[in-house]
Ligand binder design. Sequence first.
Ligand code: COA
Ligand code: ZN
Length: 301
Amino acid sequence: MNKKKISILEVGPRDGFQNLKQFLPTEKKLEIIDGLISTGVTKMEITSFVSPKAIPQMADAAEISRICTEKYPQLELYALTPNRRGVENAYAAGVRHMSYVISVSEKHNMRNINRSHDQSFADLEQIIRDFPNVDITVGMATALGCPFEGEQSVAKVVAFAERLWDAGVRKMYPADTIGVADPGLVRRIVTALREALPEAELQIHIHDTRGMGLVNTLAAIECGISTVQSTLGGLGGCPFAPGASGNTATEDLVYMLEKMGYDTGIDFDKLLALSKYQKSFVDGIYSGHQICINESKQPCC
Ligand code: COA
Ligand code: ZN
């Protein structure tokens, strides 16, 4: 019997590393990216093109991107690009897969990227027109809960996704930005999105507060999602959001899915060894994996 494939989109080098307190040398970042690829990872968010004042950890985005896109032209290597300047810089560094972010909660969008919904959508439409050969995925931040506005209604999330679809976006994902989702909510949102936009490629981005990462991811998979985001070692969170929790750990996800009979294409033993290696140098400089207290005043994703 053919196993059902689940694609893992590893976001550790972006969502994980952006949360490290001290600058992780570029060579170390590249070493982990290479290591992940050697385990079988084929989709990865490798960095973000944001203001180095906001996220100093991502100051080497251009170098990372240039090296990785040249070395692995066959892989889906993404950069997070929250504004036009980011898209231009990423494009110049060879990136052709980009994650744009707009928060479903407008309040959060203002805090995170300093844009109203209308401004963010206008920028996005212009970017889609001006960069026709860039593959754009949009993260719907706070779709599963906002630190300022609380739970977002299913109808609001669906309308937001439909607005993205009308703007030309074909790949999108609801994000549990601050780790407050539960499997019931994930099911309601994912089911409604799949009904409203059956042609869209939906992914899911989950944070792991109170051990909910695996169950929330599994709920999304059981509702038909086949690309799920996670981070090596469960790193992740937000440098400016005290208490923002880490993401679902890729090794835990691969272990669970392979045991359940899914095919992730990733070698669990190699992944575990890599996670242990990463732990040996990030442990002391990691500030994630705490209980979310929803008091973020600043960017998070
Ligand atoms: N890359 C590098 N620098 C950028 C940039 C980008 N994509 N966009 C803006 N900047 C710089 C500007 O040059 C300016 O620098 P200066 O202060 O030295 O003049 C500064 O950032 C502010 O520029 P402005 O156009 O006014 O942007 P902004 O204040 O509206 O901020 C963001 C826009 C999105 C770039 C900024 O808020 C940011 O980087 N936020 C981080 C978001 C994030 O990564 N969240 C976590 C993941 S979702
Ligand atoms: Zn995140």
